[in-house]
Design a protein. Sequence first.
Length: 570
Amino acid sequence: MAGLVLSALGLAGGWTDPIAVPLGPTGGLYWTCDALSALFALVLCAVGATAALDGGPPRLPVAIWATVLTPFAADGFTLVLCFGLAAVASRGADPANRPGIEQAACGVLCLVAMVALLTPPGAPPNLRFAAMRTVSPEGAQATAILLLALLGAASQLAWPARASLQTEPIGAPLPGGVAIASLYVLIRVLLDLCGPAAPGWWGAPLLILGAGGAVLGGLRAHAEDDLLVILGASRMGAAGLTVAGLGAALAARDADAPALAALALGGTLLHVVSYALADLLLTLCAAAAMRGAGTRALSRLGGLIRSMPGVTLGAMAGAASLASLPLTAGFAGRWMMLQSLLALPQTCGIWQQAGIAAVLAAVALGTALAAAAAVRLIGIGFLGRPRTPRTAAAAEPSHRVRLAVAGLAGLCALLGVWPSFVLLLIRPVVARLMDVDGARRLLVIPAQVDGPGYAAPGIAALLALCGLLLAWLARSRAGQEGQRVPAWDGGLDEPPPWLPFGDPATQYSAASASQALLQSLGCPGTPRQARFQVAKQWAGKAADRFCRPGAGGLVGLLLVVVGLLLWGAW
């Protein structure tokens, strides 16, 4: 409730003077609220409220409060403190989560080094954001700031869900909240604290890394069998698209195209909000499915549409938004980002145009892989026939969980039909970060900077009219009597009496649904063996080493941080 009140104050105009709380070794913690803080705080409040539905471990309130308070920080120490508490508390004290805790600690150290590089000479320890905005990063300092910010954010986006086998399913929304907080830190540092003084070449590495993250996240989500790992990979792919959108905004601002920069940033923020709602809905449905079926393996689920129809409908709404289908919450944001990438080559030379074309192809491939992963998740986990007796006997979750699923599904539908509601909240953020007076035109969602718009309400009304007409024609031709058929049979006949659940071998499994795609990409073996084969083929042995969780990746990350610090000091 406190976070919602602060978010409402931020949307109403916020306050410019930070509020000081005399705590900590730096003389105090400073808090403020602007449009960017209010936008992310609203989403994080929804994540925290969903995570606290059925209670949780003792660390849950600390993780929720730290996550919600991260956007309200007004100095470097408070920002790192809240973000670090959220990252560590959400991992828990389970020994199985030790690699995740080490990963979070390395990310916090990267952010501490980044704040130190943004500190002006002779500044006090309690460095406020107003003083950081006076720094103009150049040369090695700019390179170190960008790499440290990316490492600090990436440490929370690559969630080691496979190691969290003993954590409660209701704590599953917490990784999504920490991922959103890491995206907030990235936007705050690169677009706000560095501001117009940010180097123009920052856009190129952000575009490349974002496109690669989208492809790798979508590929891993399509290859895994664990529900939590699939959701974590989907967050990685969505974060990659967000980073690519930030790169497009920085490149357009460097090319003196403010309207195009506003379009890219508006689409990026809309994508963050829409995907946060869809991910929260899918995570809540996955937690209910894990509790009802007693497993989180996708290959052991199936037929939940009969035993858990409410959860299945909610998961289908979230998966449709994840697949970026038209008139869903995820379509408008990705559409704006793709339109900004299509218009970006008009502002640069021939070699830059070739690179942007490659990035655009990778972003499109990542979107297609995310859509394929969503179809695979719903088709195997919730449709078809039950693969185990426990899945066939699964029951609907509690009344509060069903209300939360229905509310989130309604918000996704409302955002898909009327995305201008969220764009009203995004408009002051774009106007402030990009210094564009004409940000109001984002309400139109232009196809390009000067092109026609995306009229979602008109398209929804037309499709609804066509659907009613087709339903009336089908009913009139079939007569009043209808034939009762299963909700989803996979193209198979009814099971025989001695196999009441059907033969699971006649259905698509989690491995068979992804095997064709992995083999077409040149990934030999099973999906579990193919996790890092694509990264090894595309980026070499270094990418496989730094992506692998464990001691090798930790040592490599520490060596990178130490090298960057020495380079920045030199």
